[in-house]
Design a protein around this ligand. Structure first.
Ligand SMILES: [Zn+2]
Length: 191
């Protein structure tokens, strides 16, 4: 990540917009905004890799669906660089490994912190969990409100829903139905 380039870019954008960078509120904005973009909003691009802690399942445990709901999603749309904010439901049926519940939320956060489209974010989370846990199946649903719809264009209050299903979640009807019933029973908090 080239932080100097980011800072220069933010400065140029503000100058291009005609903002007076000597104004007391804007004086340190390029520096401050650069820290926000590089350390937080896009921190997923800076992290080299992400370690998922896994646990072997007990021999007498018969695997069933593990679901984590209401995981916060805060990301930036690739097309306008405006935020989209909402919630994810992540589920899997283990094969031989479990992962800590908080790690599921951590995976969502890691992939969310970069500019992208919601469809790809949903897919990336499912693909990553499949590769790390080798589960019987994975399901990810994200519901999010897009500021690029709310603040510009159609000025519409639209919530977008995307899903990515792998393994038994796509091949087995009852598994898919169980997951969908759980995921759609939640209400999205207004942002
Ligand atoms: Zn957008």
């Amino acid at each position: 990540m080239n932080k100097d380039k980011v800072e220069e870019g933010i400065k140029m954008m503000l100058e291009g917009l005609g903002v007076d960078l000597n104004g007391s509120h804007f004086k340190d904005t390029p520096k401050r905004a650069t820290r926000a973009w590089t350390n937080e909003l896009c921190s997923g691009l800076g992290e080299q890799s992400f370690e998922l802690t896994t646990f072997d399942i007990e021999p007498d445990y018969e695997p069933s669906m593990v679901v984590l709901q209401h995981i916060p999603v805060k990301s930036l749309c690739a097309h306008h660089l405006l935020p989209f904010v909402g919630e994810a439901t992540v589920a899997y049926i283990p094969n031989k490994m479990l992962c800590g519940l908080s790690k599921l939320a951590r995976v969502v956060d890691y992939f969310a912190r970069r500019p992208q489209v919601q469809e790809k974010l949903t897919h990336d989370i499912a693909k990553y969990l499949r590769s790390q846990l080798d589960p019987q199946g994975v399901g990810v649903i994200i519901k999010a409100n897009h500021m690029c719809m709310q603040m510009r264009g159609v000025n519409h209050d639209g919530t977008m829903t995307t899903s990515s299903l792998k393994g038994s979640f796509i091949k087995e009807g009852p598994v898919r139905a169980e997951f969908m019933a759980l995921a759609h029973s939640q209400t999205l908090k207004k942002v």
